[in-house]
Design a protein around this ligand. Structure first.
Ligand SMILES: [Zn+2]
Length: 565
């Protein structure tokens, strides 16, 4: 969360707590458990005020455990419900950094425990509301509806009742239906729509219809109607398709290019996607597999350059039948990987991780990236850098730069850090949900740049992670770079742990529209690794190995050219 916002939110709370404490002071002496609670609250505020502390899972858990201890040991304490409520809030906040599903589940458990054990508490309705919000966030909208309904019915005069009513209106389509719903019979092979998503990029807007089953479609365009002034439209009929209930029928987009996307069951056998445009220069539609999906890219007037890259795309001339593979554009056009964007992490006011002797990540990674650039250019690649000096560049701008440059690959270079200074090793990431705590912490570290409120964006992306077109290629690129790095560095510089290829929700990777990886070259927090990172010969080996990995990947991709599978 944005720090300023956080302070704005917590300050009135802090004042409120202060008054409560003073009030109870005069009435009676504080019990021991109440004093424990006050101490836990102080730790809570100190956590919320420290961006650095918030980067570590441990710091959150320490505060949570203090509250948990109060509930466990003193269930009759007047502050037990408050402790549970704070646990719920803390786990929820932690989840928005760690993106570990288990944290969100723990938040929900804390809220549920509060409503079950302390139903008469003033916080019971807040907790029930919190649990409902989490269900909604998890996409379990029908259950969320029920929970909001319970807030309204069980606590009609509570302060959450009004908010619950609003939520119930929003989620009306998830209300339990009294009439028996006829099950949608989907014949085997029918395309069953599961989701519709959109992305606004600087040069184009992408709409993706996800589903399962065979995908056949017809695309039609309608020009601007000069008589009625109706804007241009594209409509795509997906044949042999079913749109189940519960899928949002319209997406308001309004990004200057597309007003909105609408989808409906047009007739028994056809689902129609209609795109209402602001302007239209060109569009492409492709059917892709794994997952089965229809990808529509729209290019507007005045976004001309974006379209030249697509001029040869067979999709722009009409239809591609289902069965085309998931391939980046460069490869679909029969091009080798040509343009690579290197992204040295951090810079300027953001030093990145700092080693025990003061070596700064931002300096190390810039020097590594410059070396990789020279080496790749010598091999005939075109290489661009998101920064080539010690300046601060926002994560979002790095991704936009790569997208605008129409790069074929994006490689972000970092050094990792751990509170445990013994941790060492090399690892390479591509975008995904973190599967272990260490991966999640690495992403927390790399995503944490103050004054960038990126959480809601990231959240949106995480919920549609499956949509990553370039997932497979990013994985291949990550494997190639990781293999090469570990192979060339280990042995020459002693045994260096191969931590492997991992996935985590990195903001910078989530915004790039090409195969993208984030390389954690070493743990700068380890003093031996820091010493090595200072050495020019080690930097040469590291950058040679990254270069080699990139080349291995591009050669593999080129070898696959012409192979339709
Ligand atoms: Zn970094």
């Amino acid at each position: 969360m944005n720090r300023k916002l956080l302070l704005r939110l917590t300050l009135p709370l802090a004042i409120a707590v202060l008054f409560t404490v003073t009030g109870s002071d005069t009435a009676r002496a504080k019990t021991y458990c109440e004093r424990l609670y006050e101490s836990a609250r102080r730790d809570y505020y100190s956590l919320l005020e420290s961006e650095r502390k918030q980067r570590f899972h441990d710091s959150w858990e320490r505060v949570i455990n203090s509250f948990d201890g109060i509930v466990d040991k003193y269930p009759e304490c007047s502050k037990a419900p408050d402790s549970l409520f704070n646990m719920g809030v803390l786990y929820q906040k932690l989840y928005h950094r760690s993106w570990l599903k288990s944290d969100l589940e723990k938040a929900q458990k804390a809220y549920e425990r509060l409503t079950k054990s302390y139903p008469m508490s003033q916080l019971a309705d807040d907790a029930l509301f919190g649990a409902a919000q989490i269900l909604e966030e998890m996409g379990r909208k029908k259950e969320a509806y029920k929970a909001y309904d319970k807030v309204r019915n069980s606590y009609p005069s509570g302060d959450m009742s009004g908010k619950a009513k609003k939520k119930l209106t929003e989620l009306a389509s998830y209300a339990p239906r009294p009439d028996p719903v006829k099950p949608v019979v989907s014949k085997p092979g029918k395309f069953k729509v599961s989701d519709v998503q959109h992305w606004s990029n600087p040069n184009y807007t992408r709409i993706v219809v996800y589903g399962s089953g065979q995908l056949n479609f017809e695309k039609h365009s309608l020009k601007r109607d000069s008589v009625t002034g109706k804007p241009p439209r594209i409509y795509i009929d997906i044949k042999g398709a079913v749109l189940p209930r519960g899928i949002d029928n319209s997406l308001a987009i309004r990004d200057g290019l597309l007003q909105q996307a609408r989808i409906a069951q047009y007739d028994a056998d056809t689902v129609r996607l209609v795109l209402d445009m602001e302007s239209l220069k060109d569009s492409t539609a492709r059917a892709l597999l794994n997952p089965s999906r229809l990808v529509v890219d729209i290019y507007g007037e005045g976004q001309g350059e974006g379209q030249s890259a697509l001029a040869g795309d067979p999709g722009s001339s009409g239809l591609i039948s289902s069965g085309s593979e998931v391939l980046p554009l460069s490869q679909q056009l029969g091009l080798k990987v040509k343009r690579i964007v290197l992204d040295p992490g951090h810079g300027g006011r953001d030093p990145g991780a700092v080693g025990p002797k003061g070596l700064r990540e931002k300096d190390v990674v810039l020097s590594l990236a410059k070396r990789v650039k020279t080496a790749l250019e010598a091999r005939g690649y075109e290489v661009l850098m998101t920064r080539d000096s010690d300046i601060y560049v926002k994560l979002e701008d790095r991704a936009i730069f790569a997208n605008n440059s129409r790069a074929d690959l994006f490689v972000s270079i970092h050094t990792n850090a751990s509170k445990n200074r013994a941790v060492r090793g090399i690892e390479t990431y591509f975008l995904g949900v973190a599967r272990d705590r260490q991966s999640s912490e690495t992403a927390m570290l790399e995503n944490a740049v103050s004054n960038e409120n990126t959480l809601s964006d990231l959240e949106q992306i995480l919920h549609s992670l499956i949509n990553q077109n370039n997932m497979w290629h990013s994985n291949e690129l990550a494997e190639a770079v990781q293999d090469s790095m570990h192979g060339m560095v280990s042995g020459k510089y002693g045994t260096i742990r191969n931590l492997g290829v991992k996935q985590a929700p990195f903001y910078v990777l989530s915004k790039t529209g090409m195969p993208a990886v984030l390389v954690e070259t070493s743990f700068i927090s380890n003093s031996s690794a820091e010493k090595l990172l200072q050495r020019s010969d080690f930097r040469d080996t590291l950058s040679d190995s990254i270069t080699r990995g990139i080349i291995n990947y591009t050669e593999k991709v080129s070898r696959q050219e012409g192979d339709p599978s």
